[in-house]
Ligand binder design. Sequence first.
Ligand SMILES: C[S@@+](CC[C@H](N)C(=O)[O-])C[C@H]1O[C@@H](n2cnc3c(N)ncnc32)[C@H](O)[C@@H]1O
Length: 246
Amino acid sequence: MTPSAGPNPSVVRKAFDTFATETSDDYEFRRWFSERGQWENYRMMYETLRYHKGDGRFSQYLEVGPGPGTWTRLFLRSDARFTLVDISREMLSQARRNLGGRANTRYVEGDFLTVKLRDQFDFFFSSRAIEYLADKATFVRRVHELLSPGSRGIVVTKNPELLTRRVQTLRGLPAVHSGRIASRDLVALFTLGGFTNVRAYPCVVNFPPGQKSFWLSRKIWERIYRQEMRSWQSPLVESYIVTFRK
Ligand SMILES: C[S@@+](CC[C@H](N)C(=O)[O-])C[C@H]1O[C@@H](n2cnc3c(N)ncnc32)[C@H](O)[C@@H]1O
């Protein structure tokens, strides 16, 4: 396990400010809807989160790396307070635009590992951001400090064990993508960090490797997304979710 492996925060900030604005200022469309493969992934992820997100009873929601707020929408409520922390100013400005001017939403620009947050929270969410945080053990410790007893959380992250990704890694990854962590290691970190009921589930399936079939990927996903992830599934799983309680 290499919990401290990963990119430098200033490299990540610059990269996401650039991703947010290159070609158009609509990162969400480019990331999730501009090609068939992406919106197939969006649909699997949406349904996986809907299934695992629970009853949505919380009063203080904390999200790390919302980007343009794509998944924040799934959790929005008028009777709770939302704190969204992102290292990229450009991403936060797209989140503000997409989520509207809500009085119950606070946008905090900064690196989650060091930014000052005074409140305690009872729900934590983060999608596809922790792979950009260099120190995963500090990430887990901060989440633990910021959550009140009885709270819940969900983390979604890219799976480094997806077969096509393993090949990319052998060829050499850009520094910004070097912090991906396997599900068993992330489950171990949350468990060691004092959380309970820590479980990993498949979120998006890509199969067969290199020649993804939308139909087959969805069929496999339908059979596996409700159950805890098994090691033989990992080479087909593009991203997984980890759920936990404090
Ligand atoms: C790949 S995007 C994911 C956006 C969105 N959550 C999604 O799933 O589509 C990763 C986001 O995490 C943010 N991020 C990366 N490192 C961060 C850090 N150390 N603290 C806070 N946000 C961070 C990036 O700026 C970016 O908005």
